[in-house]
Design a protein. Structure first.
Length: 88
């Protein structure tokens, strides 16, 4: 795998990572893509989690998850559990 030369940065700027990138490693052009990583019919939903809310096991791309809204103590629940199972 050949690393991207500093003179060729324009060839990777604006592209998305196609693999997990490790800090401090050299970047190869095969590690990025211009294609969208979200396929038709899928949605990318970013959420912020506190450390105690993160799943105990590592999530992998495409893995199905179930999200359940739990209102804060003393707050009323305006919604119900969703049947959506987004993969990411």
């Amino acid at each position: 795998m050949k690393a991207v030369d500093a003179n060729d940065l324009d060839s990777v700027v604006g592209k998305r990572a196609a693999v997990k990138l490790k800090p401090g490693s050299l970047l190869a052009s095969t590690q990025v893509t211009k294609d969208s990583l979200v396929k038709p019919g899928e949605q990318l939903v970013p959420i912020g989690l506190k450390p105690e809310q993160v799943p105990a096991t590592v999530l992998v791309p495409g893995q199905k998850v179930q999200m359940v809204h739990v209102p804060a103590q003393g707050a009323s629940s305006a919604g119900t559990e969703s049947d959506m199972s987004p993969g990411w």
